[in-house]
Design a protein around this ligand. Sequence first.
Ligand SMILES: C[S@@+](CC[C@H](N)C(=O)[O-])C[C@H]1O[C@@H](n2cnc3c(N)ncnc32)[C@H](O)[C@@H]1O
Length: 254
Amino acid sequence: MTDDILEIMTADKLPSPDERLQQEFNRWADAGEGEKMERHHLDITEKTMRLMDLRAGERVLDMGCGSGWATRMLARMVGGARPGFGQVVGIDISDEMVRQARASSKDFKNVRFEVGSAAQIPWEGNSFDKVLSVESFYYYPDQERALAELFRVMAPRGRLFVLINLYKDNPYSLQWVPKLKVPVHVRSAAEYVELLKAHGFENVEYKLIPDDTPTPENYQTTSFHSLDDLKAFKKIGALLLMASKPDLRNPARG
Ligand SMILES: C[S@@+](CC[C@H](N)C(=O)[O-])C[C@H]1O[C@@H](n2cnc3c(N)ncnc32)[C@H](O)[C@@H]1O
């Protein structure tokens, strides 16, 4: 009896999957990883932004924005339009990442950052013309719920761009899985396409985005078994999922 009660009490104290993510990415932020990720993700993100066909005045969401460097790049691309348009919102589960993102974005009038989970995006429906998510989606504990939420906040005919570095078809990326301190999803491109279609997205397609950043011969990698594996990983590249929301509006909540 006493043991049962103890077990229940311990279970009660276990952090939820979202709390674990927040703790882990707060740790990353404190260790300066938010800034470092810009270097690691810049090449594939720039290539993705070129495909996004961004225009002045568009409203954009950066889901899992980390320290906000990509959010600021998006803000430069869509800013300068009429007041209230050309806004970019960065949302992240890590309050420490969001604190850093806000601190680095004081000069931007068209950027806003919020702490929030992909499972419950703190924004009203039908809002965003474009959504970008860089290296974040495979961490979402409930990817189906995250897709339903992304669908909800996207404007009718809005476009979704999800970059994923950890996926089945790039076998080198699987070397990280045992090193990560939080669970991740490992799906193939074909499985992701089916998932997006099942959630009502249209024009679902994918593209592999190689990372053409040169790898210095003296680079110390902790994530890969060898420098050759890192180079092979970059050559295959990241998975970019692209999709549209159909021309429909979600009803207001409640
Ligand atoms: C690998 S980092 C990438 C950050 C940023 N996009 C970049 O490229 O620098 C993953 C980010 O996703 C965020 N994240 C993970 N799970 C999340 C969730 N369920 N909801 C919202 N953000 C999440 C983390 O806090 C972290 O900042």
